[in-house]
Design a protein around this ligand. Structure first.
Ligand code: ADP
Ligand code: TRP
Length: 329
């Protein structure tokens, strides 16, 4: 079985974009691949979260991923900082990562621009840590969105460089796993394209009914179609895109017809959309709460994930240490 790996940011809650764009696919592939999913808590330290919040954010995001269907019986689900082999590989890969290429990374340049007062070395070597996450399991497949493609390319560069330098094929070159149907974009409700945490337009799996209804009812619309079968402006198409994700085909057909014959009432469409989002997310929210409050369960999940991840990582590190030339006295 081939190995798939994905790192999950430990900040914020999961929104419908994360769910439909990534997580739902992770859930589906758990039987087909040897899966490693981890919470990237070390990566989050570049921004110096307060120690009181650090653990809580990991716990929240872990509970949300488990509630939404990641299965610890099938996949290794672990916390990055629980696997010291990642840090060991990070040190070794840093020796063959050139500062020039790190400084040219798009995400690094962007962060420097946004936070000129916190240009720390961890930020510069962020892609090296990410490459270590991947290469430590010799993963063949890593599902990433556009913003992480350059980091994945750098992981390939370091794999190739290491293999070349030590004359051994220790690491495969990890490829982007693109899911069936291609990348999908979940729109926001403010008419401005993609749903995203930083866009402030997210509907979260953790939102309650009132919050979801309020957000959907406030969605941007236009003054309505005036001629039968007119082309749909983006803001309205966005509502339909969401409707297709959460509603039945009958519901979609019903409102499409209403649009086509100009009798659509956006209030009705929004009410239906809000109700169908709630129908999908509220049971997940209930599970999130149950899991979050079950420390015994979480501790079992994390321990078993750690064990599986360390077994795989230490097998790789044996090969790496041998290749580099470490020997026992
Ligand atoms: P955000 O944009 O809210 O910060 P992340 O960048 O942390 O979200 O995304 C984590 C995963 O969710 C990535 O794989 C990304 O491609 C996916 N994702 C995020 N937003 C969307 C969206 N609106 N549509 C589809 N996929 C998305
Ligand atoms: N950098 C990724 C992000 O911001 C998270 C991440 C860390 C990751 N390590 C990884 C993703 C390894 C894939 C593989 O979303």
């Amino acid at each position: 079985m081939e190995t798939v790996l994905s790192g999950i940011r430990s900040t914020g809650h999961l929104h419908l974009g994360n769910y439909f764009g990534a997580l739902r696919n992770f859930v589906r592939i758990q039987d087909e691949y040897n899966c490693f999913f981890f919470i990237a808590d070390l990566h989050s330290l570049t921004t110096h979260p307060h120690p009181d919040d650090f653990h809580a954010s990991v716990k929240i995001i872990l509970s949300e991923y488990l509630a939404a269907g990641l299965d610890p019986e099938k996949s290794a689900i672990y916390i990055q900082s629980d696997v010291p082999e990642i840090c060991e590989l990070y040190v070794l890969l840093n020796m063959l990562a050139y500062t020039g290429e790190l400084e040219r990374t798009v995400t690094f340049k962007e962060k420097v621009r946004q936070n000129p007062d916190n240009v720390n070395a961890g930020l510069l070597t962020y892609p090296v840590l990410m490459a270590s996450d991947i290469l430590v399991h010799r993963a063949q497949w890593v599902p990433v969105g556009k913003d992480q493609e350059q980091h994945l390319e750098m992981a390939r560069v370091y794999a190739r460089r290491f293999n070349g330098m030590y004359g051994e094929e220790v690491f495969p070159e990890p490829q982007n796993l693109v899911f069936k149907g291609g990348a999908m974009k979940v729109p926001g409700l403010d008419g401005s394209g993609k749903m995203g945490k930083s866009n402030g337009n997210g509907i979260y799996l953790y939102d309650d009914e009132k919050t979801i209804t309020k957000k959907v009812m406030k969605a941007v619309t236009d003054s309505g179609p005036t001629e039968p079968d007119s082309p749909m402006p983006e803001v309205i198409a966005n509502l339909f895109t969401l409707l297709k994700l959460v509603s039945t085909q009958d519901t979609v057909d019903y409102f499409t017809e209403k649009w086509n014959d100009c009798s659509i009432r956006y209030g009705d469409l929004k009410k239906q959309l809000a109700a169908d989002i709630c129908k999908m997310t509220l049971p997940i929210k209930e599970k999130i709460d149950a899991i979050y409050n079950d420390d015994a369960y979480l501790s079992k999940v994390v321990a078993s994930g750690r064990e599986r991840a360390r077994a795989s990582a230490s097998a790789t590190m044996k090969l790496v240490r041998k290749a580099v030339g470490f020997k026992a006295f």
